[in-house]
Design a protein around this ligand. Structure first.
Ligand SMILES: CC(C)(COP(=O)(O)OP(=O)(O)OC[C@H]1O[C@@H](n2cnc3c(N)ncnc32)[C@H](O)[C@@H]1OP(=O)(O)O)[C@@H](O)C(=O)NCCC(=O)NCCS
Length: 177
């Protein structure tokens, strides 16, 4: 268990905008703050944005985007979660948990049964701790040159009671988020 921040002074909100400036406010202007540049992937921007402010300063973000996919040949949709970021000086205090929880509360109202995210292997235990489950199979995602196997780990989360991940080949029918 972390030493979680007291909620005094913290506000969770839906953000009206999330541009490079807001991302830089959280993560700084480093070249590859998510550590995924090596993958060479083309990503989609998120549509809905949730943030946490500490005394007015934006310190955490999670984004959502509805995505089409097929599982075992059957079309469905997922809510993709991405751009999860916490200010470097405030990590390890529960802010990712707080902001992802706020985003998922909204994701549950959007309709799809599954939440979906892609992450680097070292982050799998963190997301498992937040209730996400690792998919052990390859997942294809669209890229400008056509479908490729996602080199990062894929995790999912039920957004409705009883939602279970079907068996079969998984294809994201869009760029990843
Ligand atoms: C990844 C990142 C968002 C985590 O933020 P954070 O605020 O430090 O995370 P939290 O403190 O909320 O931790 C979430 C939970 O995971 C747990 N956890 C953290 N590291 C863990 C690990 N290695 N193994 C198991 N659990 C772990 C925490 O204890 C916490 O659980 P708890 O609330 O039950 O104590 C942050 O490090 C970051 O912004 N990194 C750079 C950007 C990035 O890589 N984003 C990920 C995109 S997928």
């Amino acid at each position: 268990m972390n030493d979680h921040l007291s909620t005094a002074g913290l506000t969770t909100e839906r953000l009206r905008r999330y541009t490079k400036a807001e991302q830089d406010e959280i993560l700084g202007a480093g070249a590859d703050p998510f550590g995924v540049a090596d993958s060479g992937l083309t990503w989609l921007p998120k549509e809905d944005h949730f943030g946490i402010r500490l005394k007015g300063r934006l310190v955490a973000h999670a984004g959502l985007l509805r995505l089409p996919l097929s599982i075992g040949g059957a079309g469905t949709e997922a809510v993709g979660v991405g751009g999860v970021a916490v200010a470097p000086d405030l990590r390890g205090q529960g802010l990712a948990r707080l902001v992802v929880t706020a985003a998922l509360d909204h994701a549950r109202t959007m309709g799809p049964q599954y939440g979906l995210l892609f992450c680097r292997p070292p982050l799998v235990p963190l997301y498992q701790r937040l209730g996400w489950r690792a998919l052990k199979q390859d997942v294809h995602v669209e890229q400008p040159e056509g479908p490729v196997v996602m080199p990062l780990r894929t995790m999912w989360m039920p957004l409705r009671d009883g939602a279970d991940w079907p068996t079969g080949e998984v294809r994201l029918l869009s760029f990843p988020m």
